[in-house]
Design a protein. Structure first.
Length: 194
């Protein structure tokens, strides 16, 4: 169903160095913990094996951390499932992360919103929104990732068929389209920047 977090999603709590935020990341179906996968697992888009939930989440966070300052910290995550597209989410598993940002540059980050846009395999929209992320002091739209290794690593992880990340249309994020950077007005107000 379009624009639904069904059947499952992950909420990642992080401290940006300025404020706490939550990233909501849709996934395909989640399977509860068992003797092999203590954090539960997903069936990756390849359908060939299982993907350990904790490993998949940490792999994504470990590429996202490169876009955050060293005083940022990815704190923990919770996996939720939904019985149907309009059901209330049910928390199924939570675990600590404790992964710090690694960007040691002094570029502007406060109230910066970096939106990475994708098309899914069913041509729906998929986005990764990074709040208080590194701007590289450049707010031009990015459509070519040549030489931008940090961003390319995020794209590769988010779109990999070996993972189970999903768009809200229930399909795999497949094609990178652009990166847009802006100052988030809601954050500017909450930080009393106006």
């Amino acid at each position: 169903m379009a624009n639904s977090l069904y059947p499952a999603f992950v909420k990642v709590n992080y401290l940006s160095g300025v404020a706490p935020h939550v990233a909501t990341l849709p996934t395909s179906e989640y399977f509860l913990p068992d003797l092999i996968n203590v954090s539960g697992h997903y069936t990756p888009w390849t359908g060939l094996t299982t993907r350990d939930a904790d490993d998949m989440i940490k792999d994504l966070v470990n590429v996202l951390k490169t876009r955050y300052p060293t005083n940022a910290n990815f704190v923990d995550y919770t996996i939720y499932t939904m019985d149907n597209p309009t059901a209330d989410p049910v928390p199924r598993y939570t675990a600590p992360l404790g992964i710090a940002g690694t960007d040691a540059t002094s570029n502007w980050q406060k109230a910066v919103q970096v939106t990475m846009s994708f098309r899914t395999a069913d041509f729906g929209a998929s986005k990764l929104v990074l709040l208080d992320a590194s701007s590289d002091n450049n707010f031009d739209k990015i459509t070519d990732l040549t030489g931008l290794t940090d961003y390319q690593d995020i794209v590769d992880e988010w779109t990999s068929e070996d993972n189970a990340w999903s768009g809200r249309d229930g399909a795999r994020p497949a094609t990178f389209t652009k990166i847009a950077k802006d100052l988030n007005d809601k954050l500017r107000r909450s930080y009393r920047m106006n």
